[in-house]
Write a protein that binds this ligand. Structure first.
Ligand SMILES: Nc1ncnc2c1ncn2[C@@H]1O[C@H](COP(=O)(O)OP(=O)(O)OP(=O)(O)O)[C@@H](O)[C@H]1O
Length: 443
């Protein structure tokens, strides 16, 4: 019976994931028995288990009820079975409160978070919120597009906060969870209780996906009130969102002004040196030492979010262990091809063309001495993109645009800073990035 259930779950995966993902991730899983309603499934290692938990288990959500029972799946890493068994004994560190201890992802720690130019400020703000004794209340808002480390950073903050103050009550939830709580409280006539719960049982409130508050009038008002209660008591509130507070549509002034009054930090897409560091760290966490050539190749070609980098490194390591081959350039090329297709390098010429078309200037203008804003601005954006997407040195980029390396450096710094502040520029750069990316892949 149990084995049949397992086979049917595998079939669900077969239909819902790509054949290459199935080969890499699902095929190596083996049925190892059952304990009550829990199916025991063996997988190669701990990282593999986390990956399946995060990326593939949610796909089974609607298929776990079978034969009148609701099944659970427990992944048992072969290499670390004993350690894993110990890890499953979660003893509460303090007596239960009304608000349960948050279920943080264990690897979302500061130690595992790679710091680079793209996330230094956000990291510093979260680190300070976790470690320093606040002498006043604070709101921290971490902003970034998907997959750049918002959850990792705020969970690291939460975990660190609890390490330092084991009795603290950290409430970690999404905007949707919070909304559901408000709706339930309104329905049960329990709004006062709801507020009391936050006042008495929450030292740090961490709310993910703040952009999901858009259009939820009543929740926004209740949240603004809850914020006032917490801030009056000197507490810390941390938000994440894929939009800046001022860009979230349909947010009432009450909430917007409170969010905008906090410390706002953005995470940008990683530059090449940071991508290199992330690749090395992700490989090291699986006990693999990558050849510098492979690291460079991956860093040059994986220019999506960090989830993509993680997927590539995990796929590479899994493939090498399944094929019993060392991790080499051929495997790296295969994995990159599966993930992003056949890549062409982004060149300075391609950047020039995209910029000229978008800003309606000529290539001669870009290389001219003109300091008119209509020309100097596109030139600075072009230099920023050149630094981000090519391996060319500051000198080479300067030569291309008829400038010296100091001017290139200044332009890159200026655009990087302005992207943090100006949503319009950020959207322009995102659009130009998409244009460049779409030219990279052969049809
Ligand atoms: N600087 C970093 N160093 C190491 N790993 C990182 C870093 N940034 C992100 N990651 C990893 O990338 C993955 C995606 O990160 P995370 O879930 O935090 O992104 P997110 O911004 O919250 O995305 P979403 O908005 O889609 O939820 C995670 O596995 C995380 O560990």
């Amino acid at each position: 019976m149990e084995e049949k259930v397992w086979e049917s779950l595998k079939e669900v995966w077969r239909q819902r994931v790509s054949p290459s993902s199935y080969e890499v991730w699902i095929a190596p899983l083996t049925f190892a028995g059952a304990e009550g309603d829990t199916l025991l499934v063996q997988c190669p290692n701990q990282f593999f288990a986390s990956w399946i938990r995060e990326h593939y288990l949610p796909l089974l959500k609607d298929h776990l009820a079978q034969g009148g029972r609701r099944w659970n799946l427990r992944l048992c890493p072969v290499e670390e079975e004993r350690e894993a068994a110990r890890g499953q004994l979660h003893l509460p560190r303090f007596s239960p409160t009304e608000i349960a201890r948050p279920a943080f992802c264990q690897r979302f720690t500061f130690e595992e978070f790679v710091v680079g130019a793209c996330n230094r400020y956000a990291h510093a703000a979260c680190w300070a919120a976790a470690n320093e004794e606040p002498n006043h209340s604070r709101i921290l808002y971490v902003h970034a597009p998907a997959g750049l480390g918002k959850s990792h950073l705020i969970q690291a903050l939460g975990q660190r906060y609890l390490e330092r103050r084991p009795k603290a009550r950290v409430c970690y939830l999404t905007a949707n969870d919070f909304t559901a709580q408000v709706v339930r409280a309104i329905k049960n006539d329990g709004l006062d209780d709801f507020k009391r719960r936050y006042r008495e049982s929450c030292d740090v409130l961490m709310l993910e996906e703040a952009h999901c508050f858009a259009g939820r009038e009543r929740t926004q008002s209740e949240l603004a009130l809850a914020l006032d209660i917490l801030l009056d008591d000197g507490k810390t509130v941390v938000f994440t969102g894929s939009q800046l507070p001022r860009e979230i549509p349909k947010v009432n002034d009450q909430l917007r002004s409170r969010l905008a009054g906090g410390l706002i930090t953005s995470i940008n897409p990683p530059d090449t040196p940071t991508r290199r560091k992330i690749i090395l760290r992700k490989a090291a966490s699986q006990g693999v030492d990558l050849d510098p050539g492979v690291v460079d190749y991956l860093a040059r070609h994986l220019q999506g979010d960090i989830r993509q980098i993680e997927g590539a490194v995990a796929g590479l390591v899994a493939k090498s262990s399944l094929l019993r081959e060392p991790v080499n350039m051929d495997l790296a090329r295969d994995v990159v091809r599966e993930l992003v297709g056949e890549a062409r390098e982004i060149t300075l010429e391609a950047i020039g063309e995209v910029i000229c078309r978008y800003y309606q200037v000529s290539c001669e203008d870009l290389r001219s001495r003109s300091r008119r804003r209509a020309v100097s601005w596109p030139r600075q954006v072009a230099m920023y993109l050149a630094r981000r997407f090519t391996e060319d040195s500051l000198e080479a980029i300067g030569r291309h645009f008829n400038r010296d390396h100091a001017t290139v450096l200044h332009s890159v710094k200026r655009i990087t800073a302005q992207i943090q502040e100006k949503g319009k520029l950020r959207r322009q750069v995102e659009f130009l990035t998409e244009q460049l990316q779409s030219r990279r892949w052969k049809a």
